[in-house]
Design a binder for this molecule. Structure first.
Ligand SMILES: Cc1cn([C@H]2C[C@H](O)[C@@H](COP(=O)(O)OP(=O)(O)OP(=O)(O)O)O2)c(=O)[nH]c1=O
Length: 203
């Protein structure tokens, strides 16, 4: 674990995701957490890269707006969004166990893509740097009984695509092509690039 350093400008993570909090902390930066609670509805037919970038920006903008209302000092706000895409269909968090089973039945034995969008927004100037990253994940063929047992662990319920590669879900994955952290929900290399553009190097 790196020594925690205080960045030159306060950093705010606009996310309630514990995975995102852990990954950002692993970079050794000090930051505050402010979940955005935005509506995640996006117009139908939007391509996946645009979809995750739109939601990442919406999250960062919602939190930046809160800072503006309170007249807060300058800060960098980080928003992020992850979605699983298979054959043009977006799989977000399952509503219940039945939907989790349906999602995993669809993903098993094949390859899908995980898209994560990132937005770093400067408050109060409104300058934004937005980008996304995509990783291909191939899942092992899984018997239905194994899918049901996995869903009963409770792990899939708050995860896009109903699995967590960083948890028991690691055992479901055959291979990935691309950045692991994109699948977990915060591509740290891409984030470091965006922070550098604001003159905030991670190290
Ligand atoms: C595919 C996959 C997703 N996920 C998680 C990352 C995200 O938390 C979640 C996707 O939902 P998101 O809507 O991206 O994020 P969130 O609602 O959890 O948090 P917030 O909007 O406040 O930032 O799925 C994993 O943890 N592991 C995985 O392997």
């Amino acid at each position: 674990m790196p020594v925690l350093s205080t960045p030159t400008i306060p950093i705010i993570l606009a996310s309630g995701s514990p995975r995102r909090q852990e990954l950002l902390a692993s970079l050794g930066l000090q930051f505050e957490v402010m979940p955005s609670h935005v509506d995640e509805d996006v117009s139908a037919g939007i391509p996946p890269a645009q979809y995750v970038e739109t939601l990442a920006a919406r999250k960062a903008r919602a939190v930046a707006a809160r800072l503006a209302t309170r007249g807060e000092a300058p800060a960098l706000v980080i928003g992020s969004d992850t979605t699983v895409v298979i054959d043009g269909t977006y799989l977000n968090k399952p509503a219940d166990e039945a939907e989790a089973i349906a999602m995993l039945s669809r993903l098993q034995g094949g390859t899908h893509e995980v898209y994560t969008g990132l937005c770093v927004r400067h408050h109060p100037s409104g300058r934004e740097e937005i980008a996304h990253s995509v990783t291909q994940v191939t899942m092992r063929p899984l018997p239905e009984e194994r899918i049901r047992r996995y869903v009963r662990t409770g792990e899939p319920m708050d995860k896009a695509g109903a699995y967590a590669i960083q948890g028991y879900g690691a055992t479901l994955v055959q291979r990935i092509e691309g950045d692991y952290f994109t699948v977990v929900g915060l591509p740290v290399g891409l984030l470091a690039d965006l922070l550098e553009r604001f003159g905030v190097p991670v190290f």
